[in-house]
Design a protein around this ligand. Structure first.
Ligand code: SAJ
Length: 446
């Protein structure tokens, strides 16, 4: 359908795009729009980040300095001065959101006010790409922007699906485009069709917001399922990790998730809370979602308890123990510690215990215990127990496992042929009380 000059300006790339928030979402998105031929004005409140960008230095893992410098030469203009956003044809909000007792939309509100102040007199597209609770585009963004503008504003919600460090390139990941009118949806699709191979339109902004929160709630709940089974299989002669791999041989209807010390990061543990909060606000409850969240939140304490039990079974008072913990970030090969369950495990271990944490990536200021970057054989030998919390590829698990006495493996990542005793999450190992749980009983005639 024809949608007038804004649509044409997007089609002929004469439109100017303003991106608010130049982090792991906004920066790659800005450069993708530049590559597609748009002039892009980038705004971030963090002047240090902006100075680095202006110097051609990328702080986003998936963006090289060369890609950034090419963008700067081709029409990308980052600034911490909001006036850089004056009179853009389209704005994309890619700022952080979070959860306290209620969804933290403060950055979204601030960005909306900036758009309201800087947008020009013509028809303008405003896209929310940050993850927000279902309803936020209509309830938070639109009132702030609409109140300040006479000209028509076209709102859309296009949730980010970046796969940091993953095997999918930005342009290959389909993007969902939700809007509350055909006109808004068509204009937003035209913009994002310029940067990804497939856009998938949905009927409303709330459907797009629901899609994004559903994606990560699905992950969180299914991780909670396998985490809940950990306590069950401790009393069985069964290997949960093996069962998950075996179930994954079913070519349909099953996606493997694996147990661990909990669910960290700024997406998977947070997005489901947006849904649960929206449900409670509407007078209902997502008991399955909230139950899975509780299971995952309880995993760090369970891991710490199993480590202490393992120490006691080997005659070591946990308070006097020397512990080597492998990993502090929320997932392998990143330094991000947001909501990291590994840090929660470290906090749950006895304060008096001598705990050394090995992690090549995290900031020392983020870790409440002694931090080393590399693990020496002496580190492993000195420990009463090694606790594998994050299986960074940089760890030489063979060398660590051959030098250690015993490893509690919360990721089931230790090689099978190491010299140390290895107790995986879900296995009570040589706990002398284990027999009472039915392990070791020979069936009649075996
Ligand atoms: N985790 C498990 N067991 C699993 C998978 C994950 O315990 O089977 C834990 C991880 O150790 C981590 C947490 O859950 O602590 C979150 O892991 P994640 O793989 O969900 O990684 P995130 O939080 O970086 O999620 C993001 C999401 N991407 C977006 O929202 C755009 C998610 O949808 C992606 O699937 C994920 O990245 C990814 O695959 O990289």
């Amino acid at each position: 359908m024809t949608t007038g000059s804004l649509h044409e300006a997007i089609a002929d790339r004469s439109a100017t795009v303003g991106v608010l928030g130049l982090g792991y979402v906004g920066l790659p998105l800005s450069l993708a729009f530049v590559d597609a031929g748009f002039a892009v004005r980038g705004f971030d409140v963090d002047q240090y980040r902006v100075r680095e960008l202006q110097a051609g230095l990328s702080y986003v893992d998936d963006v090289t300095d060369e890609e950034l410098q090419r963008g700067l030469e081709s029409g990308f203009e980052p600034s911490d001065d909001p006036s850089v956003l004056a009179d853009c044809d389209a704005y994309v909000l890619a700022v952080p959101t979070g959860m306290d007792d209620a969804p933290d939309m403060s950055a979204i509100e601030a960005a909306s006010r900036t758009v309201a102040e800087q947008s020009g007199p013509g028809e303008t597209l405003v896209v929310v790409s940050s993850t927000v609770y279902p309803g936020a585009t209509r309830e938070v963004v639109a009132p702030i922007v609409d109140d300040a503008r006479d000209a028509p504003t076209r709102f859309a919600m296009v949730p980010e699906r970046l796969n940091p460090g993953g095997e999918y390139a930005f342009g290959d990941i389909p993007l969902v485009v939700g809007a509350d009118s055909d006109r808004s949806r068509a204009i937003a699709e035209a913009l994002f069709d310029a940067v990804v191979s497939e856009t998938y339109p949905v009927s409303s902004t709330q459907t797009a917001e629901l899609t994004k929160t559903l994606e990560n709630t699905y992950r969180m709940v299914n991780i909670g399922l396998v985490n809940e089974l950990v306590s069950l299989v401790e009393g069985m002669d069964a290997d949960l990790w093996e069962a998950i791999d075996a179930a994954a041989t079913k070519p349909f209807g099953f996606q493997p998730f694996r147990p661990g010390p909990g669910v960290g990061g700024h997406c998977t543990p947070i997005d489901p809370q947006f849904l649960a909060w929206r449900a409670r606000r509407d007078g209902t409850e997502l008991s399955l979602v909230e139950g899975a969240q509780t299971v995952n939140d309880d995993m760090p304490a369970l891991v710490a308890e199993r480590v202490e039990r393992l120490l006691r079974a080997r005659g070591v008072d946990p308070a006097d123990a020397s512990v080597l913990a492998l990993g502090a970030s929320y997932k392998p090969d990143v330094g991000d510690v947001r909501n990291s369950p590994a840090l929660d495990v470290l906090s749950a271990l006895p304060e008096e215990a001598a705990v050394v944490v090995a992690d090549p990536y995290v900031d020392a200021s983020d870790v409440p215990r002694e931090l080393v970057r590399d693990v020496t054989p002496a580190d492993s030998e000195r420990a009463d127990v090694v606790v594998l919390l994050v299986d960074h590829a940089a760890f030489d698990l063979h060398a660590i496992g051959d030098a250690a006495d015993v490893v509690f493996d919360a990721r089931n990542a230790m090689p099978d042929d190491v010299a140390a005793d290895v107790v995986a999450l879900g296995d009570l190992g040589d706990d002398p009380t284990a027999d009472s749980r039915g392990e070791g009983l020979l069936l009649e005639g075996e």
